[in-house]
Design a protein around this ligand. Structure first.
Ligand code: SF4
Ligand code: SF4
Length: 134
């Protein structure tokens, strides 16, 4: 088990880094920038910033990470999380970033604009609504 920080460590976190930590209880500051998460991510090629860069942005408190397309390309497959040598749940951090974005009332998709909506499986629509709209 990887050490998960101290109260002093929590107090010293940057505002945005702490906000993410408070949502998912995962500490991006444990990252050693090995890049393994990006190497195994099946959607890395489509992402404007790669998973290890997402974690880096969270570490330095760069809030613009919530405006990247990468957090929406993540399909929560857990491949990155399973291989992280620091046992960081990267998937949970990305989920927290989506949540922060959605709390700003910025929907990632407009469901009414989806073509042939009625032909899609209900479960897919509910899932998309939960994941992509606030
Ligand atoms: S696999 Fe873990 S330690 Fe390596 S870059 Fe990704 S988050 Fe950081
Ligand atoms: S959980 Fe997301 S970031 Fe991690 S490997 Fe899967 S798609 Fe990539």
């Amino acid at each position: 088990m990887v050490w998960r920080g101290t109260l002093i460590g929590d107090i010293m976190k940057k505002d945005f880094t702490k906000k993410v930590y408070d949502i998912c209880r995962e500490d991006a500051e444990l990252c050693i920038a090995c890049g393994r998460c990006s190497a195994v991510c099946p959607f890395s090629d489509l992402m404007d910033v790669k998973p290890h860069q997402i974690i880096h942005m969270v570490r330095i408190g760069d809030e613009s990470v919530v405006d990247t397309n990468a957090i929406w390309y993540c399909v929560s497959c857990l491949a990155c999380t399973q291989r992280c040598p620091r046992e960081i749940n990267i998937t949970a951090i990305i989920e927290a970033l989506r949540l922060i974005n959605l709390r700003k009332r910025k929907d990632a998709i407009e469901l009414r604009g989806v073509r042939e909506l009625e032909a899609l499986p209900t479960i897919a629509l509910v899932g998309a609504g939960r994941k992509y709209t606030g």
